[in-house]
Structure formats: structure tokens, C-alpha cells
Ligand binder design. Structure first.
Ligand code: ATP
Ligand code: MG
Length: 388
């Protein structure tokens, strides 16, 4: 009797919460465009083809807790993720900065203010190549267009396009990275579907990697193999750039319905232009960058400097991040105690030995290569080897 009263009260509270959640269209902030991310998805919002997901308790709870400005939605009944790309305080700060760029403060209208700005493309170059606060670091200006022209399929350099691009890069470059490293081209990232105002829509991939903590060892070995292949590909496989992910953690990687891992948080990426002109090359350009191990309370500790990575044509950062923060037994004690491959069967002990080498030896590429071969052999995923 008591339990049913509690359940009914809970159901009432949840229903009221859902009712008082603002309609999703109120969150688009379309009035701020072109200081927004784009408009390709607006027809889908206008026709209510995109709605909040209230189809399961999990989705309702996720949406109610939406402190991170990330929501679960349904797009024609398929699960999608809706992201505002920043916390409210970050977006408020952006609006203030836009108003400060013109003389329209106070009583500033963000849309008018950004439209008055003539030099957004050069501002954008500065933001990417000079700013220490930008989470997109160090592509040389020579190939910057290769990186930027993808946004929202726009090939023109209209003022609206420039304003959209400037806004995305200022807030969070994730949509740009997802459009350069397209999932359709085989990159292990969530698929970008489009934007409307201050919301982007991306594919819902699945549960996060840490929820597979107790999965069978061989399945976790397959994830480990895919993670290393991804680390190699982000480093080597793009024609112009290397992409170093500086926030690799088990709650930024999801597993799709086919057991494929995908990176879902691409906010912090160091982008290195591999083919910069001779005169721009720093003196240590051709010496590969080796990630340093710092001692934190007796354990190896993950640390990096974006500026260091930018000085070299090649860095072992991605490999290091995977081995150190996901695979090594002593790291990620909160989310993956013992590492992703904890409880390794004794007959596969050599795998743990290779992880140790990959995390701690200076010749990380060699160790990672051996580890990938061992894991590929074990999990029979030889098709991934074609990438390196
Ligand atoms: N494409 C996606 N598919 C499935 N889940 C996702 C996706 N994108 C985000 N999520 C979920 O939302 C959470 C937060 O997303 P994301 O990491 O992009 O935001 P964040 O604010 O940058 O978080 P943090 O800064 O704490 O890493 C993820 O940990 C994951 O649970
Ligand atoms: Mg995250």
C-alpha cells in the first residue's frame, strides 16, 4: 500500500516536471541568429518531427537533470541527442562579448550586433590560431579553410555563414569536427545531423563505455582494439590534419548497437596541420612529441600541453591517452577500476604487459602496435588493421 502511494506520487511529480519543461522550440533562441549554429534542422523542429524524448523513464530522468544543456530527443521516432554546446553561463558570456564587439551595449540585440560586424572571418582566424582559450587549437592558417568550409554544408562565405561559424568555434567546435571527421566516412564519432538556432542535433549512439565495465572480457578487448585503432586514425589518417583528443574518458565514448565505439564529446581537440609551410615550422617540428608522465599520488598521471603538441608534426598523445586513461589498471579508479581490461584471463597476460609498455615506455608507438596486433588476433577484427 505504502509502496504504491510512493509510486503514484513519483509518477505525479514526474508528470508535473514534464509539463513544466519549456517546449523544445523555446530553447532554440532563433532570435539570436545569425549568432547561432545554423538553421538546417529548423524545418524538423517547426513540424515537430523533433521532440523531447519522454518514451522511457531513463530518457525522462536524463532530460529532467539536463544541467549540462544536453537532452534526449526523438527525430521521426529515432533517438537523437540535442546539445546547446555550452552551459547557460557560457552562452550568456558569448552574448555579452558579441555586444561588446559593437557599440550597441546597453540594450543590445545580439542578432543586430553580430550582423554589424564586418570582420568575422579574420576574427575567426585569430580565435583559432592565436587564442589560448579556444578549445580548437593550432591549425595553421594555410589550411584553415579545409577545416571550416564544412559547416552546415555551406561552401559560400556569406555573412550569415561566417557568423554561424564564428559562433560555433567560439562556443564549442564539436559540430565542426563531426563534419570534418564524418561518421559516413568511417570515423568513429557520433553523426552530426544539423543545427537550428542554438541547438545541434546528433545521432544518439548508445550507452557509455563505462557501462560495459562488467561485459565479457573478449568484448572489452574488442573495445580496447577499436580505441587504439581510433587513436591511430585520429593521428594519421586525415590528409591535412592530426586530431588529438584531449578529453578521452569513459564518459565521452559510447558503444553503438553493433558494438562499435564512437567518440561523442569532441569539444577539446588539438588540431595540428601536418603540412605547414617550411618557414612556419618550429625547430623541433620533425621530432615526434612524447607525452610526459607526471607522478600523481604514486600513480602515473595524465597531463598534456596543447602548445607542446602543436610544435610537432607527430605526437603520441592519442595512443598515450587510450593506454593511460582507459586501459592501464591503475588509472580511472572511479569509472573503470582496474582498467577496461580488468580480470584478464591468465592466458592473455601478455596483453596487460603490452598495456604497461604502452603507458610507460617511451617507444609508445611500437608497444601500441604490438598491443593492437595481439588484440586484433584475439578478437579477430583484422579488418581494422587496414588503417595503419
Ligand atoms: N551522441 C551521443 N550519444 C549518446 N550519448 C551522448 C551523446 N552525446 C552526449 N551523450 C551523453 O551526454 C553526456 C554529456 O555529453 P558531452 O560529453 O558531450 O557533454 P559535456 O558537457 O562536454 O560533458 P563533460 O564536459 O562532463 O565531458 C555524455 O557523457 C553522454 O552520457
Ligand atoms: Mg563529456
Amino acid at each position: 500500500m505504502r509502496a504504491s502511494i510512493i509510486l503514484v506520487s513519483l509518477a505525479i511529480v514526474i508528470s508535473i516536471k514534464i509539463l513544466i519543461l519549456p517546449p523544445i522550440t523555446d530553447l532554440l533562441e532563433l532570435e539570436k541568429c545569425p549568432a547561432c549554429y545554423g538553421t538546417s534542422m529548423c524545418p524538423a523542429f517547426a513540424t515537430e518531427h523533433i521532440i523531447r524524448d519522454t518514451s522511457s523513464i531513463d530518457a525522462i530522468i536524463f532530460n529532467m537533470l539536463g544541467a549540462k544543456n544536453i537532452m534526449l530527443g526523438l527525430y521521426l521516432n529515432k533517438k537523437v541527442i540535442l546539445k546547446k554546446l555550452g552551459h547557460n553561463s557560457e552562452l550568456d558570456l558569448l552574448d555579452k562579448n558579441i555586444c561588446l564587439m559593437t557599440d550597441l551595449v546597453p540594450g543590445c540585440n545580439v542578432s543586430n550586433a553580430i550582423s554589424q560586424h564586418d570582420n568575422l572571418l579574420s576574427e575567426l582566424r585569430q580565435l583559432v590560431t592565436k587564442s589560448f582559450t579556444s578549445s580548437l587549437r593550432c591549425p595553421s592558417s594555410v589550411h584553415l579553410e579545409n577545416l571550416l568550409n564544412f559547416h552546415e554544408n555551406s561552401k559560400n562565405d556569406s555573412k550569415v555563414f561566417q557568423a554561424n561559424l564564428w559562433t560555433v568555434v567560439s562556443v564549442n567546435p564539436e559540430p565542426l569536427i563531426m563534419q570534418v571527421l564524418r561518421q559516413e566516412d568511417g570515423w568513429p564519432v557520433a553523426k552530426y545531423l544539423g543545427a537550428c538556432g542554438r541547438i545541434i542535433v546528433e545521432e544518439y549512439v548508445g550507452q557509455m563505455l563505462y557501462t560495459y565495465y562488467a561485459a565479457p572480457w573478449i568484448q572489452r578487448a574488442s573495445f580496447a582494439h577499436q580505441l587504439l585503432v581510433a587513436a591511430y586514425n585520429f593521428t594519421y589518417s586525415h590528409l591535412n590534419f592530426s586530431f588529438y583528443l584531449t578529453d578521452i574518458s569513459p564518459d565521452n565514448i559510447a558503444v553503438d548497437a553493433n558494438g562499435r565505439i564512437k567518440f561523442v564529446d569532441l569539444e577539446n581537440v588539438v588540431v595540428v596541420d601536418k603540412n605547414i609551410p617550411e618557414e612556419d615550422k618550429p625547430p623541433i617540428w620533425d621530432t615526434p612529441h612524447v607525452s610526459e608522465i607526471f607522478d600523481c599520488e604514486g600513480n602515473g598521471c595524465f597531463a598534456f600541453s596543447s602548445d607542446d603538441i602543436c610544435e610537432h608534426r607527430l605526437s603520441d598523445h592519442n595512443i598515450y591517452a587510450v593506454c593511460m586513461t582507459l586501459l592501464h589498471p591503475e588509472t580511472a579508479p572511479e569509472t573503470l577500476p582496474g582498467g577496461l581490461l580488468h580480470n584478464t584471463p591468465p592466458e592473455h597476460a601478455h596483453v596487460m604487459q603490452l598495456i604497461e609498455e604502452c603507458a610507460y615506455s617511451e617507444n609508445r608507438f611500437l608497444a601500441a602496435n604490438k598491443l593492437m596486433i595481439a588484440l586484433a588476433h584475439l578478437t579477430q577484427q583484422h579488418e581494422e588493421l587496414q588503417y595503419y
